[in-house]
Write a protein that binds this ligand. Structure first.
Ligand SMILES: NCc1[nH]cc(CCC(=O)O)c1CC(=O)O
Length: 331
């Protein structure tokens, strides 16, 4: 960026352009619109599973009817995409995770329900085995080890079932090596050449996913942690190598996750690669902000400020549980 020429005070008074709302709007460097938002929604097949998630006040697990109404709300508000997360029956979780590629699993049923209700709304999915895995991991576990290559084969089956159900954007969130290339090849050869991949490329092993694991019913199941596949929060260089690798294997878009504690990574990814770049303002970030707002410790403007920060850091869009509320505030 060119260094602006600044005349000495009083010729320069930077406050001149902050004086009124309209002057401030004229010189705003970034903006936030509903088009920048992707709304993550939880869909349950468990009888009585719908309702508010204790660690995410204001966020509900939805039935298939409920997710159709959410899709209509998204479309009305100008939110371009929803991302479907399944809350599946505990009894249907297995060690081989077969249900992940069942055309009638709750995730795939939700994709079809949304496409029936609002065909033009983009539907994004999550590709990882954890909602269907008896031990809560994103990959297949044998003797305590998360198996990379066997998991990638399972992910390909899962992805094809989602594409068959009508998904527009696939979101591999598992952090196995080689998955983007395997998914891209399978999509090309199985008649899904226009299905986009938004890779969770720089996904860190974070403590901020806790409420999400409650929401999808994986918390009680998870043995150990995800540090052998998700990135060490200390590692910026490794995150950039992951993004480079995923783009070179055929990802159309990339994501940094979590969001707010990793804005430096967002900026670096955008500057380095210029690809469509997204951040995930994850469940723990939502819980922090919403908890403080509900207690009266922060104002609702903190929501908007947090999302604007992603735009300033170079993100094209943000996955956020605040999406519908923020889109209403922006309307
Ligand atoms: N692979 C599953 C997945 N997909 C999105 C999230 C987290 C989203 C959030 O916290 O809001 C997770 C949890 C995890 O990796 O343990």
């Amino acid at each position: 960026m060119a260094t602006p020429i600044i005349a000495p005070f009083p010729a320069t008074r930077l406050r001149r352009l902050r004086r009124t709302e309209n002057l401030r709007a004229m010189v705003s460097e970034v903006n936030l619109t509903p088009a920048n938002l992707i709304w993550p929604v939880f869909v349950t097949e468990v009888p009585g599973g719908e309702g508010e998630i204790a660690s995410m006040p204001g966020v509900r697990r939805l039935t298939l009817d409920g997710v159709q109404r959410a899709a209509e709300r998204a479309a009305r508000l100008g939110i371009p995409a929803v991302c479907v997360f399944p809350h599946s029956d505990q009894d249907l979780k297995t060690e081989a995770c077969e249900r992940a590629w069942d055309p009638d699993n709750i995730g795939n049923r939700a994709i079809r329900a949304i496409k029936d209700a609002v065909p033009e709304l983009a539907v994004m999915t999550d590709i990882a085995l954890d909602p269907y895995n008896a031990n809560g991991h994103d990959g297949i576990v044998r003797d305590g080890e998360i198996l990379n290559d066997e998991t990638v084969e399972a992910l390909v089956r899962m992805a094809l079932a989602q594409a068959d159900a009508g998904a527009d954007i696939l979101g591999p969130s598992d952090m196995m090596d080689g998955r983007i290339g395997a998914l891209r090849t399978a999509l090309e050869t199985e008649g899904h050449k226009d299905v986009a991949i938004l890779s969770y490329a720089a996904k860190f092993a974070s403590a901020f996913y806790g409420p999400f694991r409650d929401a999808v019913g994986a918390s009680g199941r998870l043995v150990g942690d995800k540090k052998t596949y998700q990135i060490n929060p200390a590692n910026r260089g490794e995150a950039l190598r992951c993004v480079a690798r995923d783009l070179s294997e055929g990802a159309d878009m990339v994501m940094v996750k979590p969001g707010m504690p990793y804005l430096d990574i967002c900026r670096a990814v955008k500057d380095e690669f210029g690809a469509p770049t997204f951040a995930y303002q994850v469940s723990g970030e939502y819980a922090m902000l919403e908890g403080a707002i509900r207690n009266g410790w922060l104002s609702r403007d903190a929501m908007l400020e947090s999302l604007l920060a992603f735009r300033r850091a170079g993100c094209d869009g943000v996955l956020s549980y605040f999406a519908p509320v923020v889109a209403e505030m922006l309307a």
